[in-house]
Design a protein around this ligand. Structure first.
Ligand SMILES: C[S@@+](CC[C@H](N)C(=O)[O-])C[C@H]1O[C@@H](n2cnc3c(N)ncnc32)[C@H](O)[C@@H]1O
Length: 318
């Protein structure tokens, strides 16, 4: 593998914010969709999507130099494998919108000694309340969460199931995880529990799944299995433990807790969770956790670990 010059390592980081913003701009303009029929001259493309042609060309040229879109001949662009993902309809364009919009503005306010999360200081409201006030952003967030559910369902489906459990997906968002899990387990019933403003496709819910609106700091429905998919990393230790205690207060003694979150490994190897951790810090003062931190959190919430593996932490009531 070719080794990067030390200056190139720094340069690739320095330009990161520009790449994030460029991707958001072309995602918002739906450029990948406009190129779905084949290569197009940038002047024609700009006129369709409503952009300045010179600016669009420079954005696409920079993105193409990093492997998103391709410049086929001067001023003529086409999709490639990476830009095709932006018009696949599974949330990546919404991720690009969020990362390069309200999140990037908050990243600009991240510092090392502030009490409130950078998102709150930037936008004047705590993340979830802000989303509740901005229906379009909330909808983009829920669509973005469609991305990546398949491997998580796979992990869950490989566990041993009795087959007749009531599964409560706490903070279940758009419900796609539970819909897929129950499709594989015909005897189970499920509850998607989330804030009332969470967008979901209830047409995809069969009569074994219901949506229950509520606040997981107040109450959660009774069930046999509690799933927390990318929930606890949104919260600091005190509030994450409070969510676990809400569950513990209603969970029957044999209930299982299944947490789908990262376990940050030691060492210097590249790992997405190490960067996602900084996004969690920016948005909500949340955090990605290593094994010792998961053990401590489970204990504070009234649970004991059964197994702690990257992506899936299993626990039972203490
Ligand atoms: C990162 S999303 C994860 C959604 C879903 N579990 C998934 O993996 O796609 C966090 C979810 O927690 C929900 N949430 C945030 N605060 C909540 C609260 N106080 N009570 C219930 N749900 C809450 C949000 O509405 C959002 O759907």
């Amino acid at each position: 593998m070719s080794r990067l010059e030390p200056e190139s390592v720094l340069w690739n980081m320095l330009r990161g914010g520009l790449a994030t913003r460029a991707l958001a701009l072309v995602a918002d303009l739906r450029v990948a969709e406009a190129l779905a029929g084949g290569p197009r001259d940038v002047v024609d493309l700009a006129s369709e999507v409503g952009a300045n042609p010179d600016t669009l060309r420079r954005l696409l040229r920079a993105l193409a130099s990093d492997g998103v879109f391709a410049e086929e001949e001067p001023g003529v662009f086409r999709n490639n494998e990476a830009s095709d993902v932006l018009h696949r309809g599974d949330g990546w364009d919404d991720f690009a919108h969020l990362f390069g919009g309200s999140w990037l503005r908050a990243v600009g306010e991240l510092d090392v000694c502030s009490d409130a999360p950078a998102f709150q200081r930037t936008h004047g409201a705590e993340f979830w309340s802000w989303l509740a006030e901005h229906a379009d952003e909330r909808a983009a967030f829920d669509r973005a969460m469609l991305q990546g559910w398949e491997p998580r369902v796979e992990r869950l489906a490989q566990l041993e199931w009795r087959g007749d459990e009531v599964v409560v997906d706490v903070g279940g968002g758009n419900g796609s995880l539970l819909v897929e899990l129950l499709r594989r387990q015909p005897g189970q019933r499920g509850i998607v529990f989330d804030l009332p403003e969470a967008n979901r496709d209830e047409a995809s819910f069969d009569d074994r799944i219901e949506f229950v609106a509520g606040d997981f700091f107040q109450r959660v429905p009774v069930g046999d299995v509690y799933v927390l998919a990318t929930i606890l990393h949104d919260w600091d230790d005190a509030r994450a433990a409070a969510i676990l205690r809400t569950i513990r207060s209603v969970a029957p003694p044999g209930a299982r807790l299944l947490i789908l979150d990262s376990v940050v490994p030691p060492g210097n190897e590249p790992n997405g969770a190490k960067w996602l951790d900084l996004l969690m810090l920016t948005l909500f003062d949340g955090r990605e956790r290593d094994e010792a931190q998961w053990r401590a959190l489970l204990g504070a919430g009234g649970f004991e670990p059964v197994s702690i593996r990257d992506g899936l932490i299993e626990a039972r009531c203490r």
